[in-house]
Design a protein around this ligand. Structure first.
Ligand SMILES: Cc1ncc(COP(=O)(O)O)c(C=O)c1O
Length: 486
């Protein structure tokens, strides 16, 4: 047989590996058919001008992996036992998944196949929502504690640990939540996960059947809407106003859960008033639905103390509370938690174990020590102070340079909502002008918001994050934006 082999002595891959890969490819794509005799090692070595030992080693490995079989005295033959269906020439080419095709029946039906990816910092000044300031990350303490944690590590790095999380961290989180959020939970109810996103996946696996109805605020957080949809849930929008979710509009029956952001409605920024909190909890008790409370940015509250979390008011064990360190420390850490009611602890821990056998140990150990030593509280105080000044700088700059605008949703969190006046540019036009000046601003639809397919009411609404920018950067960004708009 003439086999078109090409070995390159200058390639980084050794000759032996090149020859192995090429012969294996020929077997897999059927060009070397089952039962076909391979050239003798002597012939092939001579044809390729390489050492016979090299060819012998390759044949041996092809034999060991099952691609060829040696027949005593007769040489090497392509294996006849490879399943025909495995031979590539006979297989169908893979087709990329396109959720917009009619024959696609998977969970993302009809959606654009988009996922979050880190975006390049194309803009000099970027008001992206939800981003903390890398310059304020407590890197010195973190580095020191990381080294200490590794020095102290024993079996934790080599064994499976509790899938619910590191007990020290669960203790520290439970203590923090009791004081900061009025949450009543035993540390065993706290399950450490890779951020709110992972918590939503655990919750969906725990509580949703395909076709289940999931209530969300409208508009809501895209990451939640898409996660629930991906489990086959049907989303039921309930409108929000300046006091948060309009609880009176909750569906009377049939919902498996309601996903809400009571501290700082995402994306519009309202705080859910007490009366509606109680109404929502009563609804959950009467209908048997669960409530998922996403408290993603409640560490940031400026003028007033935050309202007690829904979880702290819940007497019926209906609330699953989740929050994250993505805002207070950084999203790259992938650290968050979900607090489940006592009757769900066992099954939630099992779901978590099925997903990944528990969160990585080292980050948990560092964070536990960081909180225990009081660094976290100190860091939060510092951040809150900085963020409040940044928020004020942004609000003032908008009102100064864009008179007639309305700014809302700024009592807490790390972003505010900017309603442009009716007689000027809309949000997309302003974004285009900003991009030309190197300033990133985001219409609501591009700020991780899910608008239930109806962007029109928000054509003049933007959501701007301010936590990652200094006051100077904020002022100069809005000034540049006003100039670029013309
Ligand atoms: C409403 C809401 N929930 C949760 C998160 C954070 O998610 P994670 O903890 O997965 O980083 C964000 C981040 O932007 C958010 O806006």
């Amino acid at each position: 047989v003439q086999i078109p082999l090409h070995l390159d002595p200058r390639a980084p891959q050794p000759l032996q590996a090149q020859l192995f890969d090429q012969l294996r490819e020929f077997v897999l794509d059927g060009r070397l058919a089952p039962g076909m005799r391979l050239p003798s090692t002597r012939e092939l070595a001579a044809a390729l001008s390489i050492a016979r030992n090299t060819v012998m080693a390759v044949y041996e490995r092809l034999g060991a992996e099952g691609y060829v079989e040696a027949r005593h005295g007769a040489g090497a033959f392509v294996s006849t036992t490879l399943p025909e269906s495995a031979l590539r020439g006979l297989r169908r080419e893979p087709v990329p998944i396109d959720a917009r095709r009619d024959d696609y029946a998977g969970p993302f039906r009809g959606e654009r196949p988009s996922v979050y990816r880190p975006r390049s910092a194309a803009n000099r000044i970027d008001f992206r929502v939800g981003k903390p300031d890398a310059r304020m990350f407590p890197i010195r303490a973190w580095r020191q504690i990381a080294a200490l944690s590794l020095r102290r590590a024993r079996d934790e790095l080599t064994q499976y640990n509790d899938p619910g999380g590191l007990p020290r961290l669960r203790d520290a989180v439970a203590r923090h939540l009791r004081i900061a959020r009025g949450i009543r939970a035993d540390p065993t109810q706290v399950i450490i996960v890779a951020g709110v996103q992972a918590a939503l996946n655990v919750i969906a696996r725990l509580l949703l059947q395909p076709g289940a109805r999931v209530v969300t605020e409208s508009p809501t957080y895209e990451g939640a809407a898409r996660a629930f949809s991906s489990y086959g849930a049907r989303l039921v929008p309930v409108p929000v106003d300046g006091h948060g979710l309009i609880a009176g509009k909750l569906p009377r029956t049939g919902a498996a859960l309601a996903y809400v952001t009571p501290s700082h409605q995402f994306p519009l920024g309202a705080t859910l008033i007490l009366e509606r909190r109680l109404e929502l909890l009563a609804w959950a008790e009467h209908t048997g639905a669960y409530v998922v409370e996403d408290d993603y940015d409640s560490d940031f509250r400026y003028e007033s103390a935050p309202l007690t979390a829904l979880q702290g008011l819940d007497r019926g064990e209906r609330v699953l509370y989740t929050s994250t360190f993505s805002k207070s420390l950084g999203a790259g850490l992938r650290l968050g938690y979900v607090v489940v009611p006592p009757h769900l602890v066992e099954v939630a821990t099992t779901v978590k174990a099925l997903l990944d056998n528990g969160h990585p140990w080292l980050e948990q150990a560092i964070l536990a020590e960081f909180i225990e030593r009081g660094h976290f509280e100190h860091h939060l105080r510092r951040l809150r102070k900085a963020c409040m000044l940044r928020r004020d700088a942004l609000r003032n700059a908008i009102l100064e340079h864009f008179p007639g605008s309305r700014v809302t949703g700024f009592e807490g969190g790390m972003h505010l909502v900017w309603q442009l006046p009716n007689d000027g540019a809309d949000a997309t036009t302003l974004q285009g002008a900003g991009a030309r000046a190197g300033v990133g601003v985001y219409p609501l639809a591009q700020a991780h918001a899910h608008l239930y397919g109806n962007p029109t009411p928000y054509a003049r609404t933007l959501a701007l994050g301010y936590a990652a920018l200094s006051e100077g950067e904020i002022r100069s960004g809005i000034r540049a934006l006003a100039r670029a708009r013309g």
